[in-house]
Write a protein that binds this ligand. Sequence first.
Ligand code: EPS
Length: 346
Amino acid sequence: MLEKFRFLTSGESHGKCLTAIIEGLPAGLNIDTNFINSELKRRQQGYGRGGRMAIEADTAEITSGVRFGKTIGSPVTLVICNKDYENWQKIMSINPEDTNDEKSFTAYRPGHADYAGSIKYNHKDLRNVLERSSARKTAIEVAVGAVAKLFLKHYNIECTSKILQIGNGKTEEEFHKEIDKAKEAGDTLGGKFEITYTNLPVGLGSYVHWDRGIDGKIAQAVMSIPAVKSVSIGDGEDAYKISGKDFHDEIYCENGNITRNTNHAGGIEGGMTNGEDLIVKAVMKPIPTLKTPLATVDSKNMAETTAHFERSDTCAVEACAVVAEARIACVLANEIMLKYPTDYIE
Ligand code: EPS
């Protein structure tokens, strides 16, 4: 769907590294590696994260496309090495002679990709599904999103995000209490967050075809983050209970400029940005890997059992918001490139 700012990522959760190749960046863009790494650090933080984050200190190495701090127009390659690979070399080996079942498992985890993924790719060992379906891959996506954010900064487009709710908690103190409670019970928690992008030009996206609406592109980008189950724009999730008179943002003129007193539309009308702040809300479901495992079936004999437990987080909503910022940055960078095509920037 991203026509101009394109990227592919690869890498397994406990494999050697995560890689991305980004294509479409103009030459001359300043690439601040400290910024990329600070975004990676943000993704690793948040109350409720688990053991893996204590092992990793994610940093991205740039191996192509940048010279003396600026893009040169060629594809940019980013690499994040998995520190934990040291402990998984034999288990994740690419050599057939190393075949072993040390970390194999066959009891599907409800809510995860295990069941459908094993049928789809004909895997007996669910480890083969877990490794790529893991949210670990969002690390490299955040690195790509950081590059997109650097591109957006060139146009003074900035981003903020906040957590709206975790469990029943609506303040930071309550979030922590809810997470502590869930952890004690061997349970997990999801939550709701909001991303805001400011200073967007009018007219990113289009109404002329169903696949060119920027709201649809953003929804796809955020919905496909592991564990995200709902995405809405502005007050979209409450729109069914508000009448037209109260929902739509009336238009005024101040010193020759269009102004509004409200932004229920979240900055998008007719599939296009309208110059107001872009507001995206999303809900992450509770992480499906549970210490107190749920009922399931063992694929090797179809016997009823309990799900496989893999080390996991209690809550990763803060990290999820950082990932959503990154995914939206990629959509916006693509739209800017479509609207203002250029081979270089100064
Ligand atoms: C994650 C890395 C993973 C998990 C988590 C997110 O590492 P590991 O499996 O070694 O603990 O901590 O992913 C999930 C819980 C999941 O269900 O996908 C990361 O880097 O964010």
